[in-house]
Design a protein around this ligand. Sequence first.
Ligand code: IPD
Ligand code: CA
Ligand code: CA
Length: 254
Amino acid sequence: MTISLVDLETIVREAGQIALAYFKDLKNMAVHKKNPRDFVTAADLAVEAYLQTTLTEKYPEYGFWGEESGQSANQVSRWIVDPIDGTHSFSRGQYFWSISVALEIDGDLVAGAVYAPALDDYYTAAKGLGAFKNGVVIQVSDENNLADAMVATGFACLRSYLTENNLERFGRIAQRTTGQRRFGSAAMDLCLVADGQVDAFWEQELNLYDVAAGALIVQEAGGTVTDFKGNAGVFPKQILATNGKVLAEILTLM
Ligand code: IPD
Ligand code: CA
Ligand code: CA
């Protein structure tokens, strides 16, 4: 069975409305700590419950893997969902958070959507059919000089208290680029690479639900998705997304 990107957008936008209802009433929203540096809110749970119910009812042949509810029995072909990517930002009333939904069939990412409800920006891609932002085709940037590039990263490694972390790598790259950003939503970071707003993004210690949709959107926008050694593919524990033109140079600093 194929899916309709139009139907997917309707479902993901409805999930965005659920999130926004909590976003407008944060003082009354329950927030829990999964670990000292990792949060889950009532909004995460409500959005994931809606997506799990809606997607599995409409597409019963596909399983479900959500960050908060875990994996259903069928993981051969599945929806991979982060209900709110950037929960910490969301919980503090910041605008940079997103809902990430990907469809993986037999290990192949075939469709993805990343929606930022507070910005009303909707990114989507289907394998072989291109990448879109609010219905308009998007492409990675033309920047081919790392010294003139803007890059983004994150520090999931510090959430996990890793001693082998991103701090020295960030220092090396920051001294060789013009702009550096830490937006707080890996799914959105990837979409900004796809949209040419930043030229590269990297992060360690993520999970597939953080990056599945965004990685497909980067690939369909003409970018590269590799590990820190340049091996092509989606490696959540070591993901590097670029416009392709700065890949060789940034790999020397990873
Ligand atoms: C987080 C965001 C953040 C990244 C963290 C992720 P969450 O997702 O993507 O940018 O640095 O490591 O866990 O926890 O808010 O869904
Ligand atoms: Ca996440
Ligand atoms: Ca999340």
